[in-house]
Design a protein around this ligand. Structure first.
Ligand SMILES: Nc1ncnc2c1ncn2[C@@H]1O[C@H](COP(=O)(O)OP(=O)(O)OP(=O)(O)O)[C@@H](O)[C@H]1O
Ligand SMILES: [Mg+2]
Length: 477
């Protein structure tokens, strides 16, 4: 083959040859160069490994029998360094068993000495194609990981940490999950996190917000319809359940699903098939169902508006997300998270929040939970022109409520306790905590929030002072 032909050839990949016979190295270099590979040869396997771990070639061709290090050892170390590098072993007929062991240890293939050039090139071609697929897969998985790891659940409080741990545990399973929580607590976020941490992550996550779909359209939205099924059905339509095939279906506010559709949904979960409206065919569907509600479904069952069999089917795993006022330790990290998020979204420097403003946010009871906090921070990012957010910037509708929650319970001023420090402190603690519990009506979480103490610390003090929580609860007073 002429030199021009050689340079015209398309570059096929990089090969490292590890072979203790110099002559063999030369022959291989020539053959492989001619076929479009970049070749680097080593008679010393140790040197070869140094090169391979630094430069990560596509393929390593190694002899099995070498004085310094066996081809098997080269294979193992290459695979340890980079799983994707293809290894082809060259062996004499006499050591064919060694070649089979090499295959078991992860070699792509083997060629026997003396080999035919065409056979070697064919094996190499396949090895290169395989390597490309592996590389693409790595790039794809990395892409997916980056894309979906984007689900960020801020969770510094023990309650939210438990939820995160639960998500990780249940995501790989196929179980249905019922997610409960007040509005804006992060139910959809948790559902997405479960999907993204599951093997279904490459398929769709299909959220359906039951209350927003008119009841008359709900059935065909969920199950699809055949052409001509009803007036206006001019074309066959795939339902959302079919769209979620292979992935996850998230039914938000499942309590709002009409009873007859609850029955149909239950059938889908049991039979793993659907029938489009007006259709006769059973279409197999493979979905994982996640559902959310802020209703008390057990009450709905008592009232006859929710099917108990569907409830038990859904409630295999139950995640209850607490309202934000019950994990206010997360307010500060959430504020920081949203300040970062909005600065990135709005392409402006991150705003700072001054301590007094943060205190106001920490004391507000957040009836709209994390969504309300997020909205307020978005508003502040748009409206406040300074770099830092002060107490005066906090919207007035948040302030009156916070002002109703004084740090210390109102009480008639007692003279400063006198005598021994220890007993004075105890007297103060008894008074303070009694007042606090009265104000919080015996609710530890609320008392902890008002006082800024941890629940645990507060609980220990209550125990130590021998106070009875029941006496502070409103209905038992
Ligand atoms: N722990 C959290 N960390 C970060 N962001 C959160 C967290 N919890 C909620 N959010 C954010 O708050 C907003 C509301 O969350 P989401 O929509 O999941 O709540 P929801 O419970 O489904 O609300 P609704 O009941 O109103 O449908 C979203 O933008 C979500 O990303
Ligand atoms: Mg939601």
């Amino acid at each position: 083959m002429s030199a021009e032909q050689k340079t015209d050839r398309q570059y096929k990949g990089s090969i490292v040859v590890v072979e203790d016979e110099e002559n063999m190295c030369k022959i291989l270099t020539k053959i492989l160069n001619l076929d479009g590979y970049h070749v680097t040869t080593f008679v010393n396997p140790i040197k070869a490994l140094e090169y391979i771990t630094t430069y990560a070639p596509d393929i390593v061709i190694t002899d099995i029998k070498m004085p310094q290090l066996s081809g098997m050892e080269v294979l193992k170390r290459v695979k340890q360094a980079n799983q994707n590098i293809g290894v082809i072993v060259i062996t004499a007929y006499a050591t064919i068993e060694g070649a089979i062991d090499a295959m078991k240890a992860g070699a792509f293939h083997y060629v026997t000495k003396p080999f035919k050039t065409a056979e070697l090139l064919m094996t190499l071609q396949k090895a290169i194609e395989h390597k490309r697929l592996l590389d693409e897969n790595v790039i794809f998985t990395e892409h997916v990981r980056r894309e979906f790891a984007g689900i960020n659940i801020i969770a510094e409080s023990p309650a939210m940490q438990n939820i995160k741990a639960l998500i990780e545990k249940i995501a790989p399973t196929e179980s249905a999950v019922l997610i409960q929580g007040e509005s804006g607590t992060g139910k959809e976020l948790v559902a997405k996190a479960i999907h993204n941490a599951s093997h279904r992550r490459l398929k769709r996550f299909v959220p359906i917000n039951c209350p927003t779909i008119p009841e008359t359209l709900m059935e065909s939205e969920l199950f699809g319809h055949e052409k001509g099924a009803f007036t206006g059905a001019t074309q066959t339509k795939h339902g959302l359940i079919e769209l979620a095939h292979g992935g996850t279906l998230f039914l938000d506010e499942i309590g709002d699903l009409p009873l007859h559709l609850q029955a149909k949904l239950l059938r889908v979960l049991q039979e793993r098939e659907i029938q489009r409206v007006g259709g006769l065919k059973q279409i197999p569907v493979d979905i994982r169902l996640l559902a959310a509600t802020n209703h008390d479904l057990e009450k709905d069952i008592e009232n006859g508006t929710f099917r108990s069999d569907l409830f038990y089917r859904l409630n295999v795993i139950n995640i209850i997300i607490p309202p934000l006022r019950e994990h206010w330790e997360d307010v500060e990290p959430l504020v920081e998270y949203f300040l970062n998020k909005f600065s990135q979204q709005m392409h402006k420097p991150k705003m700072h929040i001054l301590p007094e403003a943060m205190n106001l946010l920490k004391r507000y009871p957040w009836p709209g939970n994390v969504r309300e906090l997020e909205n307020i921070l978005e508003r502040l990012n748009v409206l406040v022109e300074k770099q830092s957010i002060g107490a005066e910037d906090i919207p007035a509708d948040l302030q009156p409520l916070t002002k109703e929650l004084p740090m210390a319970p109102p009480r008639i001023r007692e003279p400063v306790p006198s005598g021994e420090y220890k007993s004075a402190r105890q007297q103060f603690e008894t008074e303070y905590i009694t007042g606090l519990l009265r104000q919080a009506e015996g609710n530890i979480t609320e008392a902890a929030r008002i006082s800024g103490m941890s629940r645990r610390n507060l609980y220990e003090k209550i125990e130590k002072l021998g106070l009875d929580l029941e006496q502070f609860k409103k209905n038992t007073k």
